[in-house]
Design a protein around this ligand. Structure first.
Ligand code: PA5
Length: 422
């Protein structure tokens, strides 16, 4: 289970501190489905719902995808993409799993060319993930890769290689899938994109990549039960209440850091979750991210010494399964032979403690989040923890944590601009 350590933040929030009464009220609002956006809280039941529903079909489709080729092109954007990308980058391709190539996240011709080059002449399938089917970036990406698929396998062959994850009943993609006979999976009505990774949205590509999605769902089910604890011992309460206390004391930017480069896309997923959930009505902590140690040499100066509006949340994994002893060097030009024989994990732990101390001394409160292991269960626990805490934090802030009206503004102007091409 996730552990949160607030000791690096306690000296920053003044006398009031974390407001656990408000957190308890937010918890009731969430679980009694009495707050704004309550119709989008189905993610709380996803582990049980999927395990007793679509899971067998997801596993069977994943096996067919693996049997039909070496690559799955996953087309989607935002909440229809980031969760799967985060887990794929964090845990990788496993066993006989296929390589995932992500597409439809932009309109860059260079990115399309790169993806096509990476695909080469290998056999492939497509998983197009879009609730609406009309989001411009994935719709364009899907057109491109669907055309390549049809050219390679013909219309009937292509139809057996396209898997659509979309609305259960309506929408452009659902209609196209029904007309062409593509197998469909569901983006649930009561789950917003940023909370959907534990539905078919994330699970189908991850199962195709060989990840143990059953273990993910089992860990997620247990995690949501544990997160229902109504006390300040609940790590989601601790994180939500602490960041709101720090926000009140002027810390308006949160940087999420991790010492594992594989975590980079997990931080992108977290940024959407918190940014879309809280950034509204002129309110919200701005979610940013850093990759340590690399960014200590680029962002370190600002973190240590810039405006004091930062808080820092650092995620660490108890067990990575990797180790490497530093070799001795005869010349010892860098003077580091005293580290020879010591494991990288040991050296990294000392570096992490030093960074934490320096940042606290520099005026940056530190929230530490510890995950048991970098595996499927650890990923699922972290997802549930961040989702639950995000909902609590949003309700504490007084906003609807499940809508995203601001996202429409650019779309309206973009489609108006595109009318010139009609
Ligand atoms: O979280 C969200 O709701 C968004 O990020 C959407 O997932 C994203 O805009 C893609 O939308 P769609 O799935 O309709 O293509």
């Amino acid at each position: 289970m996730i552990k949160v350590d607030l000791s690096g933040a306690e000296s920053f929030w003044g006398e009031a501190g974390p407001d656990y009464e408000k957190c308890a009220a937010a918890h009731r609002t969430l679980t009694e489905r009495s707050g704004p956006g309550a119709e989008f809280t189905g993610w709380l039941e996803l582990p049980e719902r999927i395990a007793s529903g679509e899971l067998d079909r997801i596993l069977s489709a994943a096996a067919r995808i693996r049997a039909r080729g070496d690559v799955l092109i996953v087309v989607g954007i935002g909440g229809s993409y980031l969760g799967a990308r985060a887990a794929y980058d964090l845990l990788g391709r496993k066993g006989d799993g296929v390589e995932l190539i992500f597409a439809g996240t932009g309109l860059s011709a260079v990115a399309v060319r790169d993806a096509i080059e990476r695909l080469g002449d290998r056999d492939f399938c497509i998983n197009v993930v879009s609730k609406s089917g009309t989001t411009l970036e994935p719709a364009v990406g899907f057109r491109i890769f669907k055309e390549l698929l049809i050219r390679k396998y013909g219309p009937a062959g292509a139809a057996e290689r396209i898997f659509a994850t979309t609305d259960a009943r309506r929408g452009a993609l659902k209609s196209a899938a029904d007309a062409a006979g593509w197998e469909c999976f569901v983006v649930p009505d009561d789950v917003g994109g940023r909370y959907s990774v534990l539905s078919a949205v994330g699970l189908l590509p991850l199962a195709a990549a060989g990840q143990d999605v059953k273990a993910m769902l089992a860990a997620a089910g247990a995690a949501f039960k544990a997160l229902d604890e109504r006390s300040s011992a609940n790590p989601a309460w601790q994180y939500a209440a602490a960041r709101q206390a720090l926000y009140r004391s002027g810390k308006t930017i949160e940087i999420l850091g991790c010492y594992e480069p594989r975590f980079r896309m997990m931080a992108e997923w977290w940024k959407q979750l918190y940014g879309e959930s809280e950034g509204k009505n002129g309110l919200g902590i701005f979610p940013a991210s850093v990759e340590f140690n690399a960014d200590l040499h680029s962002m370190g100066q600002y973190i240590q010494d810039g405006p004091r509006h930062l808080m820092e949340t650092v995620v660490s994994f108890g067990e990575s399964g990797a180790a490497y002893a530093i070799p001795a060097d005869e010349a010892d030009g860098d003077g580091l032979n005293y580290l020879a024989g010591h494991d990288l994990n040991e050296i990294s732990a000392i570096a992490r403690a030093a960074v934490k101390e320096a940042h606290i001394q520099g005026g940056v409160p530190n929230l530490a989040v510890e995950v048991s292991a970098m595996d499927e269960a650890g990923f699922a626990e972290l997802v549930c923890f961040f989702e639950f805490a995000c909902a609590l934090s949003g309700y504490m802030q007084g906003v609807n944590p499940f809508d995203q009206p601001g996202v429409e503004a650019y779309k309206k102007l973009m489609f108006k601009g595109l009318e010139a091409l009609k």
